[in-house]
Each structure stands twice: as C-alpha cells, then as structure tokens.
Ligand binder design. Structure first.
Ligand code: GDP
Ligand code: MG
Length: 418
C-alpha cells in the first residue's frame, strides 16, 4: 500500500500544473490502493470526499509541499476512522470484571483469550479462563492446554453441552475465588449463523460481561465490516482485537471493524505464541498500513541526530538486519538528546516511549540469562524486572528490524513521500 500511495503522490508532484484533474487522478490512485488494503469501500469513499475538502487547490498551487499535505491528510483520515471517540471499558486490577470473547471459528478467540489473560497476569492480575465453547470438539482441551501452560486457572466440561450453564458456573466459581479478570471464551461457527448469534446473546445475558471483545482475523478482507456488524447487533461489543497481523493481511479490516462496532481496537495478535500480543496504538498502526512506519520521518531524524560519521555504518547494519543491543542502546542515547521522545518514537511502529534503563550490556543478547540480568540490574541500580522488560523491548524491535532486512535505505535528499 505504501508503495502505491507514494507512487500516486509522486506522479502528481511531477505534474507541472496541479489542477483539479491532476488532484482527482491522484485521489483515484490512492483510493485504489486503499481498497486493495481491504479498507471498506464506503470508508474509502468518505475519506476521498474529506481529503478533497482538506486539501484545497489554492494551497497546493501556492507551492506548499503538496506531497506532505496529501500524505498528512490521508494519515489523519485513517487515524480518525480508527478512533471511535470513546475508550473501551478498562477492567480494574483487584475489582472483578467479566470479559466475554466473541468471533467466528478460527478467528483466534481461544488463543487471544489466553494471551489477554497472560498479559494481565504478568502485570499482577488474577485472571481465569472459562470455556463456554461446547460446539467444537476439542475446544476445552485447547483452552485447558493453553491455560495450563500459562498457569492460569480454567473452567470447562467435557460432558456439559449447554454453553450458558458452563459460562455461568465458571464465572460464579471464579468470582468466589476472587479472580479479578474472568474471561469467557465462546464458540464460533464457520459462518455467521442465527444459532451462533442467539447463543452469544444468551451467554451474554447470563454472565453480564463488563466488556465484550470481538476477535477478528485480519485476513478476512472486505468481509470485516459485515461480520463485525453482525456480532455488534447481537451482543454489546465494546472492543476489538485483530489477530494474525504477522501474516500477509493488509490490516484495512481493522478500520471496518471499528467503524462497524463503534469500538476501538485494543490489542493486536502478531503470532501464535502467548506473548505475541501488542497493545494497539492508532498512529504506529496507520504508519504501518501506509508503509514500513514513517520511514522518511525516521530517516530525517537519523540524519539529524546520529553523528555524521556514524550514519553510514548504522544504516548499513540496519539494512543487513543486524539489530544488536548495542545499536538499540546507541540509538536510544542519540534519540534522548533530541527532546520530546514520544514524538520521535511515534514515527516508528513498535517503539514505546518508555525510557530504557540506561546501563546495558551490548554483547550477544542470546547469552542474557537470568543471573546475568540480575547482575546488570544490581550493577545499574535497577530492578531485574526493568532489565527483563528491556530485553523484551529489544526482541520486539529486533523482530521489526529483521523485516526491514534488505530494505533500500534512502540517502539524505532522496526521501520519497512514504
Ligand atoms: P478460535 O476458533 O476463534 O478459538 O481460534 P483459535 O484460537 O483456535 O485460533 C485458530 C488458529 O489461529 C490457531 O491455529 C492459532 O494458533 C492461530 N492464531 C491465533 N492468533 C494468531 C495470531 O495472531 N497469529 C498467527 N499467526 N496465528 C494465530
Ligand atoms: Mg476456540
């Protein structure tokens, strides 16, 4: 998508006269690119209208940076679609909340339930899992296996066929055990069927969830809007989790899901493993949708901030996919010098604006075992948890950079629009 949009903008900027016709052609190109990334037709059409309103020809003609104006307008429009205007219900640690997961079969509910539980457990919560999927054979076994691996209490039955009964029993039991996050996994069907929606309605009515999360496979493409809407019509969906973002999905479905449910995306799933789960953040997501992060902005910053003599080496290493702890450390150091950190980090997908512990070892991270981390923690006067978090951050960034391997890195002055 990033490529097609930047091509469209590039073409326009080559035109000597920017008139309505040239602008329209550019917007049509962009529209095609957005549709190809699975953004729903109606959303794209509305966006086109809005962009035309924002990008007025006089500004373009006056020699302002046309590409920047249009690029920014697209970015802002996409962000707007992803922000339904009100945050999702957030469970409070220590207070009992019931969270019900819904979605079609195979969308990733059971996996995501465990990820969600595990995520909170790591932060000191007392989560529990209830398997109210009595439709699919093996559903309970799967949940049991996941839960056991993560050491999370679970409830379910091989015999009982009434999902409502199990859901109620499970929720009751974990309320008594003072769990603060009771997660109800439900069944799905291969397609949207009346029976499924009726079952969801009943489970919801019986368990009175504080939050219903709609789980959606990011690869379902244009079907996203209808699917999300169908669930929203039977249960009070309050948040969305988009799964399988590690695959080839283009991500545009997330916009449809938000538009259809009027609920925000709260997490994304990026793999089959328990910890391949990220808090959703609108701006980095849109950057990613439009290309590999705000690459040009990031490059500008690198040129601005990294000492001249270090730039070629850094860029070389990054394009080789060679992202070491040492690089991360040095870049954080450089970035720290630049003032408003969040601004810079928000340009890249996956960067959190939290400060890293400053003292860190730069050699092979694979050798970073617990006793080593302990030593580093002691030596730097930090808690071991901080060192562990830093290592997690490192792994996450390394994964992102590894995808950039082989990427052609633009030199200063060669920056393309996106
Ligand atoms: P459910 O039928 O909705 O409960 O879906 P499951 O949780 O059983 O997931 C269906 C398949 O998708 C399983 O093979 C999961 O391992 C896989 N899966 C779930 N989430 C992700 C994800 O974020 N990335 C990838 N690659 N696979 C996922
Ligand atoms: Mg399941």
């Amino acid at each position: 998508l990033g490529g097609s949009i930047s091509r469209a903008i590039q073409q326009m900027s080559n035109a000597t006269i920017i008139d309505e016709k040239v602008l329209n052609e550019c917007l049509n190109e962009i529209t095609r690119a957005l549709l190809q990334s699975d953004i729903q037709f109606k959303l794209v059409r509305d966006m086109q209208t809005n962009i035309k309103k924002i990008v007025n020809l006089e500004d373009l003609a006056a020699g302002h940076n046309k590409r920047k104006i249009i690029q920014q307008a697209i970015f802002n429009e996409l962000c707007k679609i992803l922000d339904p205007g009100k945050p999702a219900f957030t469970p409070k640690k220590g207070k009992t909340s019931v969270v019900m997961f819904v979605g079609l079969q195979g969308s990733g509910k059971t996996t995501t339930c465990t990820k969600y539980a595990y995520y909170h457990q790591k932060k000191g919560w007392k989560p529990a899992l209830v398997c109210a999927d009595t439709f699919r054979a093996g559903a309970f076994d799967q949940l049991k296996q996941n839960a056991t691996k993560a050491k999370i209490p679970f409830y379910g039955s091989y015999m009982e066929s009434d999902p409502v009964k199990i859901a109620v029993e499970g929720v009751e039991r974990f309320k008594k055990e003072n769990c603060d996050l009771i997660i109800v996994d439900t069944s799905g069907r291969h397609k949207q069927e009346a029976a499924l929606f009726e079952e969801m309605r009943q489970v919801s009515e019986a368990t009175k969830p504080d939050l219903v999360i709609f789980v959606m496979d990011s690869s379902i493409g244009q079907a996203a809007f209808d699917q999300a809407q169908a669930f929203k019509q039977s249960v009070a969906v309050g948040a969305v989790i988009v799964t399988k973002m590690d695959g080839h999905a283009k991500g545009g479905g997330a916009l449809s899901a938000v538009a259809a449910t009027k609920s925000p995306v709260i997490f994304i799933g990026t793999g089959e493993h328990m910890d391949e789960f990220e808090v959703f953040d609108v701006k980095p997501f849109v950057s990613r949708l439009l290309g590999m992060g705000d690459w040009s902005g990031f490059m500008d910053k690198i040129h601005e901030v990294v000492p001249m003599d270090q730039q070629p080496e850094l860029l070389q290493k990054l394009s080789e996919g060679n992202f070491t702890l040492r690089i991360m450390y040095e870049q954080f150091q450089n970035i720290l010098k630049m003032g408003p950190i969040g601004q810079v980090f928000s340009m890249l997908p996956g960067f959190s604006s939290e400060l890293m512990p400053k003292e860190l070892d730069s050699s092979n991270p694979k050798l970073m075992n617990e006793s080593r981390m302990m030593r580093i923690a002691r030596g730097s006067g930090r808690h071991i948890r901080e060192v562990m978090e830093m290592m997690e951050e490192y792994k996450r960034l390394a994964k992102i950079w590894s995808k950039m391997k082989g990427l052609k890195i633009p030199k200063k002055g060669e920056m393309s629009a996106l």
